[in-house]
Design a protein around this ligand. Structure first.
Ligand SMILES: [Zn+2]
Ligand SMILES: [Zn+2]
Length: 364
């Protein structure tokens, strides 16, 4: 039996459909029949060749959900349960984090581990089915997998997808306190989940800045009190709006999920003195931002924190959040349109043009 997969052969080249042999399973591994994968902003960056160290050709699709089709030997979930054929399984895309290096042990920054590999991003198609834009995904031994809670529809999980898991990390880094005012810059998949999680974390006012108009509507549905249209306002108008919503102070915490150097330049004015700024959207190099350090950081006593990738715990806790809140928070609506494998080039083009917050891929 062979497996059909969509392969990104090189930056800017059209994605091609290729047949792969069904892999031989190592002990403790599984083959998933893919239910859904996604096209996110990272996939657009991959297609533009803007991520370093990508071993093209690759099978993109780093966050996915599937059914266990085949198993060899014993495989356990991160929660210790035995995996069985037919289970609805999800898995953390980052694998092979070593647990021994300086990043893993001394500085406790495992998202900076140099051994770490990511399904759909840093795994080559030459090694096999390591991406979700395929009829089947190989879960190698040691991958952190979990059963998708029964109540959570697969469409809801993938609608949240990588953006939700990243936003879990953002909220940790943001250390939001009950009663905080929070600004989220960016209304893509990461920003939309950050809005919902900031609310759950206790923010009493959540302000979003983003575009286009349909995403602002979604931002409000996700929990933003106010969604400011980036395209129809200038910086002065945004500053006035944020000041007005925060008693003239600026927000306690701001989150950058826009991937824009200009957003970073704007944020310090929108944050109160002594506030906190978490930068998560610069997953690729968006170029330098210009700040007046005296006025905007030093005298302001501003705290700036980066946020790179996510850890297994964010994935596991995201599943708990979905189990509890899937009916109340419209993650499902983020995955606005579903594409077949044959339509992935169209999906990429739609994601590139920001015609939708997220494209879903349904290989069967
Ligand atoms: Zn390591
Ligand atoms: Zn992603």
């Amino acid at each position: 039996m062979s497996v059909l997969a969509a392969v990104m052969t090189a930056p800017l080249a059209p994605v091609e459909l290729r047949e792969f042999p069904e892999p031989e399973l190592a002990p403790g591994s599984a083959l998933l029949r893919t239910l859904y994968s996604e096209v996110c902003g990272t996939d657009v960056h991959l297609w533009h060749g803007r991520l370093s160290g990508v071993p093209y050709p690759i099978i993109p699709g780093h966050v996915s959900v599937g059914l266990v089709d085949k198993l060899r030997g014993e495989m356990r979930t991160v929660n210790g349960e035995i995996v069985r054929e037919g289970d609805r399984l999800v898995f953390f895309d980052v694998h092979r984090t070593c647990g021994r290096c300086r990043a893993c042990t001394v500085t406790r920054t495992p998202t900076r581990c140099e051994s770490r590999r990511v399904y759909g991003i840093t795994d080559s198609a030459a090694e096999g089915l390591f991406g979700g834009w395929a009829e089947a995904i190989y879960l190698e031994p040691g991958v952190s997998a979990a059963r998708l809670p029964d109540a959570v529809p697969a469409e809801t999980y993938i609608g949240g997808g990588c953006g939700l898991i990243t936003a879990m990390h953002i909220v940790d880094r943001a250390a939001i306190s009950l009663g905080d005012t929070v600004l989220v810059q960016g209304t893509g998949a990461v920003g939309l989940s950050a809005i919902a999680l900031a609310r759950l974390a206790g923010a009493t006012t959540v302000i979003a800045i983003g575009a286009p108009a349909d995403r602002l509507e979604l931002a409000r549905a996700m929990g933003a009190d106010v969604a400011i249209d980036l395209q129809r306002t200038d910086a002065a108008a945004r500053l006035a709006a944020v000041r007005e919503l925060t008693g003239g102070l600026g927000v306690d915490v701001a989150v950058e999920a826009a991937g824009s150097a200009r957003a970073v330049e704007e944020a310090p004015e929108l944050i109160r003195d002594g506030g906190r700024y978490v930068i998560a959207g610069h997953y690729t190099d968006a170029g330098p931002s210009s700040l007046n350090v005296h006025q905007q950081i030093n005298r302001k006593h501003l705290e700036i924190r980066g946020c790179w990738g996510s850890e297994v715990g964010h994935f596991v806790r995201a599943l708990r959040v979905l189990e509890r809140y899937h009916a109340e928070i419209p993650w499902r609506a983020i995955g606005a349109r579903t594409y077949t494998l044959a339509e992935v080039n169209e999906a990429l083009a739609d994601a590139e043009a920001m015609r939708l917050p997220k494209a879903l891929v349904k290989p069967h």
